[in-house]
Design a protein around this ligand. Sequence first.
Ligand code: PEP
Length: 250
Amino acid sequence: MRQSFIAGNWKMHKTPAEAVALAEELKKGLSDCKHKLLIAPSFTALDAVSKVVKGSNILLGAQNMATVEEGAHTGETSVLMLKAIGVDVVILGHSERRHVYGETDEMINTKVKLALEHGFEVILCVGETLEEREAGNAEKVVKTQTESGLKDVTEAQLEKVTIAYEPVWAIGTGKTATPEDADQIHKVTRDTVKNLYSDAAAEKMIIQYGGSVKPNNAAQLMSMENIDGALVGGASLKADLFLPIAEYDK
Ligand code: PEP
């Protein structure tokens, strides 16, 4: 039985003081939560939020990371810097990184391997655009992104990888994939892991769904066989929305 994993991606929202206040509220509200939990504040709030969640049942996530450890990379954040402030998990390949900032499958794979080498957990995001879905290519795109993202990742390292299926057309739009459609792509993703590694690796792989997850649709999505949690954007910014999602019951 896979443990459900609920993650909040705060994107480019909240000052450090606002982020600390939300983290405090979530820590209090989720102290008895049975699911695995993560919050990913922006870089400027990571250090302050790290101090709040330390020792709690909430993991700390970064929303991105550079492809190299250090050097002349203005504006980037290194794996070593994230390590130094107690980050546990790095979200990589988010659709905004892929489609707004032009990150390629190769760059994402480099980051995945670097994060794993440094002992981080990784959430690898995959998902098709509306154009790709309408052209009938959703499964192919997700399969390719999964294979490329995991290239040269060993089966032992895979224990620290979660995959988030996030159809780009459902992110921040209020549109959600139907539970059945989402489950179908999750199944394709799980089969891809099976072909790359083994039955056991596929069975263990936590695959989150992301794309306009809200309190009123979380439990239904999570009840599907291959959906093992959620990566939540907009609804993770308010405790009264995130708490009921994180505490959903199948
Ligand atoms: C996301 O950014 O990963 C996301 C799923 O956003 P939203 O929940 O707002 O659609």
